[in-house]
Design a protein around this ligand. Structure first.
Ligand code: SAM
Length: 242
């Protein structure tokens, strides 16, 4: 089987790069980013362009696919962990309308860019600097938690701690949707173009379904995403609130 074209080549890419996010004239102080063993990204002003290039212009399609997968409903409360510059968070807000949406990232620079985007669009999204492993949010306060391309930035024990925290903030029966790099299926490797140009994560690409189950999620489903090297897993917080 030839792999000269990325598997998503049939999808029309966005020909135009995302809006530029010029470097901040007053960049956030490094001390504003809390310490974590997760790999944080501080070159936020370049992030959207890098993602656009690495995805062959599929970044917007990926965000729309992810919010569809989450089946977001008007009025739902959503938390996007490791939200980066906020594109998925803003797509989620467009779906839930008046529902409360929080975007959380450990890098103050990412949150600064995300806040500027929300302000430009006059959208009310609560972007805040924080950690997936210690969100500071009340238990049982969210209907849905989204995690996009974040888990591969966490070492193994932190992946588990982060997912346990996501379960804690979900209402009983609430949904977690995780999209990330996964182990390449046979014959489909990391390397080459598209999303697969991302180097294999240092800890190895995660088994998303196993991670969710270990963190106490139930009704876990998983599969390949229609984007090279990416997969997803969805799970529910137990109905008894455990
Ligand atoms: C590859 S980016 C993904 C950004 C965005 N979710 C997306 O889909 O484009 C991974 C993000 O996780 C953030 N991150 C790393 N460790 C974290 C932690 N412990 N808590 C919250 N965010 C973290 C990084 O700063 C970075 O913005």
């Amino acid at each position: 089987m030839s792999h000269s074209n990325p598997p998503h080549a049939h999808r029309p890419p966005h020909a135009h790069p995302p809006d530029a996010n010029p470097p901040d004239a007053n960049p956030p102080d490094a001390a504003q980013s809390p310490a974590t063993a997760g790999h944080t990204i501080h070159w936020a002003w370049l992030y959207d362009i890098v993602v656009w290039i690495m995805s062959w212009g599929q970044d917007r399609a990926l965000r729309q696919w992810t919010v569809k997968l989450a089946a977001l409903q008007p009025g739902e409360a959503v938390l996007d962990v490791g939200c980066g510059t906020g594109d998925l968070t803003l797509a989620a807000k467009a779906r839930v309308g008046a529902g409360r949406v929080i975007g959380l990232d450990a890098a103050a620079e990412m949150i600064a860019v995300a806040r500027r985007k929300a302000a430009r669009r006059r959208v009310d999204v609560d972007f805040r600097v924080g950690l997936v492993e210690a969100t500071g949010l009340p238990a049982h306060s969210c209907d849905v938690v989204l995690s996009s391309l974040m888990l591969h930035h966490l070492p193994g024990d932190l992946k588990r701690a982060g997912l346990v925290e996501c379960r804690r903030v979900l209402k009983p029966g609430g949904r977690l949707v995780a999209v990330d790099f996964v182990r390449p299926a046979e014959g489909r490797r990391h390397g080459g173009m598209g999303w697969s140009a991302h180097p294999t994560p240092p800890q190895g690409a995660p088994d998303l379904a196993a991670l969710l189950a270990e963190a106490g999620f139930v009704d876990v489903t998983a599969g390949a995403a229609p984007f090279a090297s990416l997969g997803y897993a969805c799970g529910r917080a137990p109905a008894d609130g455990a």
